[in-house]
Design a protein around this ligand. Structure first.
Ligand code: MD3
Ligand code: FE
Length: 359
């Protein structure tokens, strides 16, 4: 069992949706072995909780204990949601203790999959072209005309949406993923919580840029310059994403934040507006990677009509003008629709301007 010795919060279980126990340790590998052989005694030995079903590494013991204490106050349903956000079938994660939500660097087996991917693997209905779109580079030109949707007045979906199906080639997606892996190693995924209730999001996330979006029970939604667990500044936004912004955003200042959302097979995001930024005159630019998702967008009022669009790996959308404040969310994933991420799931990136630029 390989792992770094860092403080960790963890959950043990006896079976799928069975009895669970939340604990904290400075040596997860050692601790799990004690639970497995029963030598630690107590609750986990009594009820045979031998499977490590969820864990999270922390920069220091104080933050791990804070997190453990908070999780222990949660109702069981929220804990189940937390576990299933990364481990839908409650498998034992202890043989895989370096927690890599993203695919690891290619082994020969994986690179074989990655190579065949260009031919057939990203099963993207929007891509359409069986021969593949020729010669899309890492910095693709916008020769392809954006396909706008929701422009009809009758549908009542906000104007200002520009859709660029397959903006990123499979090679460019792989390149982006490599950069994201490095960023996530420096700024690990965390689980945001709803303000006031503390209910965990099913999506886990991190950020890139000078500002990152975070949320917890005590302080609610906000942007801040540092990671909530490590306390370090967020990694820089990769060049390829800054170029994307320049090409599609139609806005002369740089983005300040890139939210990185990670969806497991069961994760979703309810309909919401994004209003935590000060500057709504800048668009939000989004990139989808991995499994196809069902995205829903409505108007600027809750309860209005909505329109659904499947977003596949490599798709880009820009939301400006009235669409900037449209309600939107992710209803579901279609597992197995992309081979980009070894264990499936989806990553969504959103580039945003947060503060109002000084002219
Ligand atoms: C329309 N993310 O991070 S991306 C979010 O797929 C978020 O992870 C979804 O909603 C995801 O807040 C949807 C598309 C998107 C993102 C932000 C928007 C559409 C938007 C902001 C305003 C309007
Ligand atoms: Fe959003």
């Amino acid at each position: 069992m390989t792992h770094e010795k860092s403080p960790a919060v963890y959950i043990m279980a006896n079976r799928h949706r069975g009895t669970i126990y939340t604990g904290v340790t400075s040596d997860l590998g050692g601790r799990v072995l004690e639970h497995r052989d029963g030598s630690r005694g107590g609750f986990t030995a009594k009820y045979g909780l031998k499977a490590l079903v969820w864990y999270e590494n922390h920069a220091d013991m104080a933050s791990a204990i804070t997190r453990e204490t908070r999780i222990k106050t949660w109702r069981r349903k929220w804990k189940i949601d937390l576990i299933e956000s990364i481990n839908r079938d409650w498998s034992d994660l202890s043989d895989n203790l370096i927690h890599r939500p993203f695919a690891p660097p290619s082994t020969s087996r994986h690179s074989k999959r990655a190579n065949s991917e260009a031919e057939h693997a990203i099963r993207n209905p929007a891509a359409g072209s069986p021969s593949g779109v020729p010669n899309r580079s890492l910095a693709p030109s916008l020769a392809r005309r954006p396909v706008a949707f929701g422009m009809t007045d009758g549908v009542g979906v906000a104007e200002g949406v520009r859709y660029f199906p397959q903006y990123f080639s499979p090679e460019a997606q792989q390149h982006l993923l490599t950069q994201l892996r490095a960023a996530v190693a420096a700024a690990p995924l965390f689980t945001p919580e709803m303000p006031r209730t503390g209910k965990p999001f099913s999506v886990r996330m991190t950020n890139l840029g000078s500002l990152g979006w975070v949320s917890d029970r005590a302080r609610g939604y906000r942007y801040q310059a540092t990671h909530p667990v490590t306390g370090k500044p967020w990694p820089a936004i990769p060049e390829v994403l800054l170029s994307l912004w320049q090409e599609v955003a139609d806005y002369r200042h740089s983005p300040e934040a890139c939210l990185v959302n990670f969806y497991s097979g069961t994760a979703k995001m309810g309909l919401h507006q994004d209003r935590d930024e000060q500057d709504f005159s800048a668009p939000v630019v989004s990139v989808s990677l991995g499994d196809t998702a069902l995205f829903r967008i409505g108007g600027t009022e809750r309860g209005g009509k909505t329109q659904s669009v499947k977003l596949a790996s490599g798709d880009v959308l820009s939301f400006g003008g009235p669409a900037r404040l449209a309600y939107h969310g992710i209803d579901r994933l279609y597992p197995g629709t992309s081979t980009l991420l070894k264990d499936g799931g989806r990553i969504n990136l959103t580039l945003r301007r947060v503060t109002i630029p000084s002219p």
